[in-house]
Design a protein. Structure first.
Length: 145
């Protein structure tokens, strides 16, 4: 697996994940929206006025950039450990680690609390579902590349 393949798989899986988060939020199924969480965090960090366009533009850029980085990191891990990149047994624990990182690091840093509790009691389950979307899309893209 090359770095370019990891980058591509990360971007595409991140797009699926972002779309699932956006759709779930707009349909009222989810209390959290990854793109707006990222965008609102960025506008606060850069001390910018949080207009809807700015929040979505920054949020999309940040979400896709981090997804690409996670794809590249995955490529490095599978190379380092010499394992099959397309194996669900390799992708699953990686995505679980990403999910836990989101719950215990990214969401608190974004100001929505540990496990995203400020957004809702079951945001951790929502995050699990959209990380599953990422994992499935990541696996699909890697098997296609």
């Amino acid at each position: 697996m090359s770095i370019l393949e990891g980058f591509t798989a990360g971007i595409i899986a991140g797009a699926f994940m972002g779309a699932a988060s956006e759709a779930g939020y707009r349909l009222g199924w989810l209390k959290s929206n990854l793109v707006t969480i990222d965008g609102e965090f960025a506008t606060r960090l850069m001390r910018l006025r949080a207009t809807p366009l700015r929040v979505y533009a920054l949020g999309t850029a940040i979400h896709l950039a981090t997804s690409a980085i996670f794809g590249i990191l995955y490529a490095g891990i599978v190379h380092l450990f010499d394992v099959s990149a397309e194996s669900a047994l390799v992708i699953l624990p990686y995505v679980v680690i990403l999910w836990l990182g989101m719950l215990f690091t990214a969401l608190p840093m974004a100001g929505v609390g540990l496990l995203g509790r400020k957004l809702g009691r079951y945001v951790w389950v929502e995050q699990l579902a959209i990380h599953a979307v990422f994992g499935i899309a990541f696996w699909w893209v890697l098997s296609w590349l």
